[in-house]
Design a protein around this ligand. Structure first.
Ligand code: NAG
Ligand code: NAG
Length: 422
């Protein structure tokens, strides 16, 4: 099903930040209660490393992301595979289990292609009804949903999880890409503006690649301003919604964002930062105790944000290597064992990734310690959302597997190592 993009230009709401005079009534007491949550990764946006079987089963090595998943297969076959995946990967039982594990938020990645697909774009649609299901399930199980736009036209970062893997992303290079994104944020904001008790936050864009430089950063900052207007003023007049805007730091330091969209002129903005220790060789070389120490060292910045905003660590993991199959892309190896192009082995990946029954007691103990060090540290900010709830064969990343195998407590405030950072 291909929806034509309407050629009429839409008018972005003009930005008029208003100092807060009325009491704000967000769907969750941000700033006084910790966000504790999980991402529902690999569901409405495919990621090869979360569900490698979906990619391996195609028998086509050119299929490396959701774009090529639609491009190189019979569309009916692709749609049937996706439908089955959407129906089974996350169900109401997962929402029940997440709630029972003492968590209060889920962050739900969704791609722009769930909303509209332009001619020539091979994406398969059908995700939207699952977004609605998710929100109903969240409501039944008293969970808050962060609707997270995880991929935009042209790709904002070139990661496979933006829908399209590419060396240099193109979203920021075209106003038409940006306009399409703004329009989708208006749609999402309008869908949920009156149900902020279940959808208290909209995250207008995951991980724009600020590391490519000022072109990306300039486009991103303007997009945050436009998104603020679209999300906080969705009625077409000055009346503000209760929806919180979660902006990503674009891989810049919190100092970079100092004063950006700060109160009192701006209300209801959360800065999202993602903390991983697996995507470079020096990080893979760290010892277990260095990983823990680095996690603990984030506390000083997180406890009083130089940005002047609420901060939530919206992605992080107890995994300490890049060993998970396809983590760096389908068919790409790992830095840890030297199979990633240009890398030198730190060690073997055997026992460092896979199903939990293959993990040693000492590895599971490390996962518990690293998990606790991160939770205790990220609660110095306004909370955390682990990446991710479940995986096919990379249990070290899976919250569900952590609960089942004891390295994540059933009550996230129940620490075995309460002084691990002291
Ligand atoms: C993008 O939107 C703006 C504001 O509505 C409009 O002026 C501009 O022509 C649009 N540009 C493109 C390339 O669609
Ligand atoms: C803005 O529009 C909404 C929805 O139509 C309405 O309820 C509200 O009163 C309006 N606010 C102002 C300031 O006109």
């Amino acid at each position: 099903m291909v929806a034509l993009i309407r050629s009429v230009a839409f008018t972005a709401l003009s930005l008029s930040p208003i100092p807060s005079i009325c009491a704000l009534n967000f769907g969750f007491p941000y700033g006084s209660e910790n966000v504790r949550g999980v991402n529902l990764g690999g569901w409405l946006v495919l990621e090869p490393w979360i569900t490698p079987s979906l990619f391996d089963n195609t028998g086509d090595s050119r299929i490396i992301d959701e774009w090529t998943f639609g491009q190189y297969q019979d569309p009916t076959k692709a749609l049937n595979t996706l439908r089955n995946h959407w129906d089974t990967w996350i169900t109401e039982a997962d929402f029940a289990a997440i709630s029972a594990a003492g968590l209060n938020h889920v962050r739900l990645p969704i791609g722009y292609w769930a909303f509209e697909v332009a001619p020539g774009e091979p994406y398969i649609q059908g995700q939207l009804q699952y977004l609605y299901k998710a929100i109903n399930w969240a409501q039944s199980h008293r969970l808050k949903v962060i609707v997270d736009l995880h991929g935009v036209p042209g790709s904002q970062n070139g990661f496979d999880n933006s829908g399209q893997k590419m060396n240099y992303p193109l979203w920021h290079t075209s106003q038409s890409n940006i306009n399409r994104s703004n329009k989708i944020i208006q749609t999402i904001a309008s869908m949920f503006k009156d149900t902020t008790d279940v959808v208290p936050i909209i995250a207008p864009l995951n991980e724009p690649a600020g590391f490519f430089g000022n072109d990306v950063l300039t486009a991103t900052k303007q997009y945050w301003y436009d998104s603020y207007a679209n999300i906080r003023q969705p009625y077409g007049n000055a009346t503000q919604s209760n929806t919180v805007v979660m902006i990503h730091d674009a891989f810049q330091s919190q100092d970079y964002w100092k004063g950006f969209m700060n109160p009192p002129n701006w209300q209801g903005v959360i800065l999202d930062t993602h903390i991983y220790q697996v995507f470079s060789t020096p990080e893979n070389q760290r010892t277990n105790s260095q990983h823990i120490q680095v996690a603990c060292s984030t506390q000083s910045t997180l406890s009083t944000s130089p940005a002047g905003l609420w901060v939530v660590v919206g992605e992080w993991t107890p995994a300490a290597t890049d060993c998970a199959k396809y983590l760096n892309g389908r068919g790409v190896g790992a830095r840890y064992d030297g199979t990633f192009p240009g890398s030198t082995a730190v060690g073997t990946c055997a026992g460092m990734t896979g199903k939990a029954w293959t993990f040693s007691q000492s590895f599971k103990m490390f996962l518990r310690q690293f998990w606790e060090a991160q939770v205790q540290s990220y609660e110095k900010a306004q909370g955390w959302i682990q990446w991710t709830w479940k995986t096919e064969i990379a249990d070290e990343w899976s919250y569900q597997a952590g609960l089942a195998n004891g390295w994540i407590p059933q009550d996230p405030t129940n620490f075995i190592y309460p002084k691990i950072c002291n």
